[in-house]
Design a binder for this molecule. Structure first.
Ligand SMILES: C[S@@+](CC[C@H](N)C(=O)[O-])C[C@H]1O[C@@H](n2cnc3c(N)ncnc32)[C@H](O)[C@@H]1O
Length: 208
C-alpha cells in the first residue's frame, strides 16, 4: 500500500467516479465549491485553468462556460469518466503530479483542490514548482485541503484522520510549502465548509 494515498477498505468505493461525486454532494461540498469559485477563483471569460489532481472533473461543473480547462489525475477511472461526461467542458489526461513539467505553461490559474494532503513533501514541493512554472506572471495557484488545527472538534479530527490522503498538515505546514516559491499567499480557514464537522484551509498564491 502506498503511504501517501490510502484506498483500502471502505475508501476503495471512493475511487469510483460516481461514488466520489455522490459522497461530495452528501457532505455538502457543493456549497463549499460554489463559495470557493465565486469568492476565491472569480473566473473570467477567456481564462485558461490547469487543474492538478482533478479527480472525475468535479470542479468543471462549477466553472462558467468560456474558460479553457485542462485537468489531470493519476486515477485512470476518474479520467475516463471525466472524458465521457465532461469532454465538452475541457480536456483530461492521466498523469502523476511528479510528472508535471517544470516548463512555462502560460496558464492564468493552476488549481490543486484537495490535493496537497495526498502528497509527501517532495511531491508537494514539485507541485508548487510546477504551478509556478506553468503560471503566467500575475496568474495564481489556488488550493484547498483539510487541515489539523487545535480548536477543531474531536469528530472533525476523526473524520480527517480517516481521509484517503496520508499527508494532512497544519495551516503553517501547507503555507511553508507554498511560500518556498510564492511570497504573496492569501489564506482562509473554515470550519463550516461542509455539512459535517471539518476544517478546510485555502491558499491563493499569486505569481508576480
Ligand atoms: C480528494 S481527491 C480531489 C479531486 C479533485 N481535485 C476534486 O476537486 O474533487 C484527490 C485526488 O488526487 C489524486 N491524486 C492523488 N495523488 C496523486 C498524484 N501523485 N498524482 C496525480 N493525482 C493524484 C487522486 O486520484 C484523487 O483524484
Amino acid at each position: 500500500m502506498p503511504t501517501d494515498h490510502d484506498d483500502s477498505g471502505l475508501r476503495a468505493v471512493l475511487t469510483r467516479p460516481r461514488a466520489y461525486d455522490a459522497f461530495q454532494r452528501l457532505i455538502g461540498a457543493d456549497t463549499f465549491r460554489r463559495w470557493y469559485v465565486d469568492t476565491l477563483l472569480e473566473p473570467q471569460t477567456g481564462w485558461s485553468i490547469l487543474d492538478i489532481g482533478c479527480g472525475p472533473g468535479t470542479m468543471v461543473r462549477f466553472l462558467p462556460e468560456g474558460v479553457a480547462y485542462h485537468g489531470f489525475d493519476m486515477n485512470a477511472r476518474y479520467i475516463a469518466f471525466a472524458r465521457q461526461d465532461l469532454g465538452d467542458r475541457g480536456t483530461f489526461e492521466v498523469a502523476r503530479v511528479g510528472d508535471t513539467p517544470l516548463r512555462a505553461g502560460g496558464f492564468d490559474v493552476v488549481m490543486a483542490n484537495a490535493m496537497l494532503h495526498h502528497l509527501d513533501d517532495a511531491e508537494a514541493s514539485h507541485l508548487v514548482d510546477a504551478a509556478w512554472a506553468q503560471l503566467r506572471p500575475g496568474g495564481f495557484l489556488l488550493t484547498y485541503d483539510n487541515a489539523w488545527v487545535p480548536e477543531q472538534s474531536r469528530l472533525a479530527r476523526w473524520l480527517i484522520g480517516h481521509d484517503r490522503g496520508r499527508h494532512v498538515r497544519t495551516p503553517a505546514q501547507y503555507l511553508e510549502l507554498v511560500q518556498r516559491r510564492f511570497a504573496d499567499v492569501r489564506t482562509t480557514l473554515r470550519h463550516d465548509g461542509y455539512r459535517i464537522p471539518y476544517t478546510l484551509y485555502t491558499m491563493k498564491a499569486v505569481r508576480p
